[in-house]
Ligand binder design. Structure first.
Ligand SMILES: [Fe+2]
Length: 287
């Protein structure tokens, strides 16, 4: 349409083009803090032996560690029926590969000094002939706002330590930086996206669905690619909350291999505070 207009009114075209250009520039800069645009070229899944998927050292060492901070002033978990908490809580999730071990999180506000502990639950599942590791979810509640907590999971030489920062007190004027990520997958482009996000100073990821793209695989490789993705995002997700929602790639309806329970991998691996928001379905909640 602009072309036709320009062809008829050739003297007017440069002026109009300049006007449109300025309008776009003025509008286009609002709120953009990075010039990064992901490559449009097809990217390939990173091989499983790449260091980005490295398995931590030690027998039964916790892996795929991730945290999720709740920002709601209610009872927060399927495991806690008593209400009236003051708000600040985290669900820490991780996987132990060889045996269940403990679902315990030790934590505190100074490094190497864990004054408190919390006990969680453990679950596992199968997908075709793949048998998952032991997936732990542990609610840590009664936390202070705007505070750095150190935490430790696992036992002995295989234990691992991380930290997270709780969000500021809920207030319209509280500054808080979210990242929004969807369709991440585990390609070389995924790694670039994750690294750019981590350099951005974002404090929480709002994940808008399509996590691992493990459904591109078949048979036991589906579960294996969920494990690799868990290790892939740990570099960020163990240190700050990623708030989950599911996409179509989480459905994994694969009747040809006998898997017909939608969202089976996702629901076992990612816990959400759906009960606290009055939902009866972990796929739908507010936070
Ligand atoms: Fe998608």
């Amino acid at each position: 349409m602009l072309m036709a207009f320009g062809l008829r009114f050739t003297w007017f075209e440069p002026l109009l083009t300049l006007f449109l250009f300025l309008a776009v520039v003025k509008k286009g800069n609002a709120g953009i803090t990075s010039s990064f645009v992901r490559s449009q070229w097809q990217s390939f899944d990173i091989p499983l032996d790449n260091k980005v998927f490295a398995i931590p050292n030690g027998y039964n060492a916790p892996q795929q560690v991730k945290g999720m901070v709740m920002m709601i002033n209610e009872a927060l978990s399927v495991h806690i029926t008593q209400g009236d908490y003051d708000g600040k809580a985290v669900i820490i999730s991780w996987v132990t590969p060889d045996e269940p071990g403990l679902s315990k999180v030790q934590y505190g506000t100074s490094e190497n000094k864990y004054e408190f502990s919390a006990d969680g639950t453990v679950t596992n599942y199968t997908f075709y002939n793949y048998k998952s590791g032991y997936i732990h979810h542990c609610l840590v509640d009664g936390l202070e706002y705007d505070t750095k907590y150190y935490y430790k999971i696992g036992v002995g030489g295989s234990s691992r330590e991380f930290w997270f920062q709780t969000p500021p007190k809920i207030d319209p004027d509280s500054p808080f930086t979210f990242g929004i990520i969807g369709d991440l997958g585990q390609t070389y482009n995924s790694l670039s996206t994750l690294e750019h996000y981590m350099q951005s100073g974002g404090q929480t990821v709002l994940f808008v669905g399509d996590l691992s793209y493990a459904d591109r695989y078949q048979y036991n490789d589906v579960g294996i690619r969920w494990d690799s993705w868990g290790r892939f995002i740990e570099r960020s997700a163990a240190y700050q909350p990623w708030i989950w929602s599911a996409g179509n790639h989480e459905i994994e309806y694969m009747p040809d291999v006998g898997e017909v329970l939608p969202f089976k991998s996702y629901l076992h691996r990612f816990s959400t505070p759906y009960l606290a928001s009055g939902s009866n379905n972990p796929l739908w909640y507010s936070s």
